[in-house]
Design a protein around this ligand. Structure first.
Ligand SMILES: Cc1cc2nc3c(=O)[nH]c(=O)nc-3n(C[C@H](O)[C@H](O)[C@H](O)COP(=O)(O)OP(=O)(O)OC[C@H]3O[C@@H](n4cnc5c(N)ncnc54)[C@H](O)[C@@H]3O)c2cc1C
Length: 540
């Protein structure tokens, strides 16, 4: 059985593992980065991500006239998180993250060559629970792909690059312990199952969350959501299966808040799946009508994205059939329909200013046409009766009644066509509010009816709950050291990124202000690397 000695072994080469390796190379440490995946997927989920980064009081915010501050952002975080009293570490991490994300993630990345779009997006404003008081979602120019390739470039060109060893196809399955200390890990090779064992001065678990394992997602389904939906799509990493959570638990680490998850309500089946139940998470158009399986508007509060993602999931899960429909027309789809991630935002990914301008002015035609042509959950028709027939054909029954949908659409359209002072509809009120912020005005139609001859054809999209991020995980202190049942650090064991619930085993509490995942992967990674060097990056 081959063995090796390194200063530090990192399990998982997503953004958390890469950022930690970079920081350790800065210290001149010998680092072994192990990943189960293939070399072209180096970077994990971050490579596929949108690249939105939560930051507070940045130059982009100031230029846009946004006066943000750490106390305000922290108050928002606490309101949205609704922390329980079970553990102090999520609160401590929340304070550390909000206080330091700008310096230790936003600026850290800028110094490495990352740039952001000029206008931050305003996501998760909060609905019944206050959320982001201000826009804080800074889009990386080049999406998560640029973020990842930039950091990988820094690894490859580092003056100590010879001290880094990267091994792919390595499925780590357990941790090695000597006395009370963790001294390495073991596993099997992906091809052929050849066992391996690795020893090191410290082991950093950076293997992602549990949300790529749908059985585990179902087993940890939050009580607020009732029973898990029959169809649940997978928008996470195919290897985010919780193996390393079990391994950490096996040496006494506490695993907390696994029922806290950041799932999305508007998932559709991926047209080119790379794993079972693979899904795409849509950015749901605000001007579409959001309906249940019978074609009735979900309410009494209409579903509108941009306010509280968790509430959208809760409302859909409350329906007897836990999926939904969005009905719109081509004009709405062109202006508002988007898919989260690098794959479906080529203009931003390729840093094409012209392409981005074209998308904003004319709509993302490529995306809409691709979804219409390839996605099984999208149906298109020139009239409502034909649309209803196609929706029912897709559902396999006659649950959507034409009269119901006609009534819903006509009532809504009649309200849209009223002068603004008579538009007494909550969705229209929210659209009017959203359009007051320039970044949203650019991507939201101005009071657009559904039945509009100039905007046809009609489009209906069947949307499922899609599993994405684990908000819980391995409990850690502010040095990213894994903690045991007594709250004491386990010698030699660290956890970072999604594996650590993005810090402390659940830094987000119940809800995330969005764009907080990539940054906390970096911050937890940097905190672990500093601790391995005998320093504290974040004050207690
Ligand atoms: C489409 C999409 C869009 C997103 N957009 C945003 C955004 O705009 N803003 C934001 O903040 N977040 C976003 N996210 C979330 C964010 O990308 C992830 O939360 C983050 O990248 C997780 O990083 P990680 O390094 O902790 O884990 P991962 O990226 O999951 O990496 C874990 C690595 O560990 C490896 N691994 C797993 N188990 C083992 C094992 N047993 N042995 C060896 N290796 C193992 C995996 O192969 C993988 O490479 C998005 C995610 C997706 C999918």
């Amino acid at each position: 059985m081959p063995s090796a000695t390194h200063d530090v072994v990192i399990v998982g080469a997503g953004i958390a593992g890469i950022a930690c390796a970079l920081e350790l190379l800065e210290q001149g440490r010998r680092v072994l980065l192990l990943d189960r995946d293939t070399p072209e997927r180096l970077g994990g989920l971050a490579r596929l991500s949108f690249g939105g980064m939560f930051a507070v009081d940045t130059p982009e915010q100031r230029r846009a006239g946004i006066h943000d501050s750490v106390p305000l952002a922290l108050a928002d975080w606490h309101a949205f998180a609704e922390f329980d009293a079970r553990s102090p570490w999520p609160r401590r991490w929340a304070r550390a993250y909000v206080s330091h994300c700008t310096q230790h993630t936003y600026w850290w990345l800028r110094h490495k060559g990352i740039r952001y779009l000029p206008l931050p997006n305003w996501v998760e404003r909060g609905q019944f629970t206050p959320g982001n008081s201000l826009p804080r979602f800074h889009m990386v120019w080049g999406t998560g792909q640029k973020l990842t390739t930039t950091l990988i470039g820094h690894l490859q060109q580092h003056r100590h690059a010879d001290k880094l060893e990267l091994r792919f196809g390595q499925h780590v399955q357990g941790l090695l312990r000597e006395g009370a200390a963790v001294v390495g890990c073991h596993g099997v090779g992906e091809d052929g199952g050849r066992p391996f064992e690795v020893r090191a001065g410290g082991v950093v678990v950076a293997a992602g969350g549990i949300n790529g394992n749908l059985e585990r997602v179902r087993a940890n389904w939050h009580a607020d959501w009732g029973t898990p939906p029959q169809t649940l799509l997978n928008g996470s990493h195919r290897f985010a299966d919780g193996t390393m959570h079990d391994a950490a638990a096996g040496v006494g680490a506490q695993i907390t808040h696994l029922d806290k998850m950041w799932n999305y309500a508007a998932g559709v089946h991926h047209y080119a799946p790379t794993q079972p139940w693979a899904g795409l998470s849509l950015v749901p158009p605000r001007s579409a009508l959001w309906l249940n399986w019978r074609g009735e508007r979900i309410g009494p509060q209409p579903l509108v994205s941009g306010f509280d993602t968790r509430d959208l999931v809760t409302q859909v899960c409350r329906q007897p059939r836990q999926y939904s429909w969005q009905v719109m027309n081509r004009k709405i789809a062109l202006k508002e329909l988007a898919v989260s991630g690098a794959e479906h935002n080529p203009s931003i990914r390729e840093q094409s200013k012209l392409g981005l301008l074209r998308d904003l002015l004319l709509g993302n035609r490529w995306l809409v046409d691709t979804l219409i042509e390839k996605c099984v959950d999208v149906v298109v028709a020139p009239s409502l009766p034909e649309l209803v027939a196609k929706m029912n054909a897709l559902q396999g029954d006659t649950a959507v009644e034409l009269a119901t949908l006609q009534d819903t659409v006509q009532r809504y359209d009649a309200c849209v066509r009223q002068p603004s002072k008579f538009r007494n509809d909550e969705q229209l009120r929210r659209i009017a509010f959203l359009r007051q912020y320039r970044a949203d005005r650019l991507r939201t139609c101005k009071q657009q009816p559904i039945l509009d001859d100039k905007a046809l054809p009609l489009i209906a999209i069947r949307e499922f709950i899609i599993s994405r991020k684990s908000l819980g995980g391995i409990q850690t202190d502010l040095c990213s050291r894994a903690l045991d049942a007594a709250g004491e650090p386990i010698a030699g064991l660290y956890a970072i990124g999604e594996a650590a619930g993005f810090g402390g085993g659940g830094v987000h509490g119940l809800r995330a202000l969005e764009g907080t995942f990539l940054g906390s992967c970096i911050l937890t990674a940097r905190a672990a690397a500093a601790a391995l060097d005998g320093r504290m990056l974040l004050e207690p």
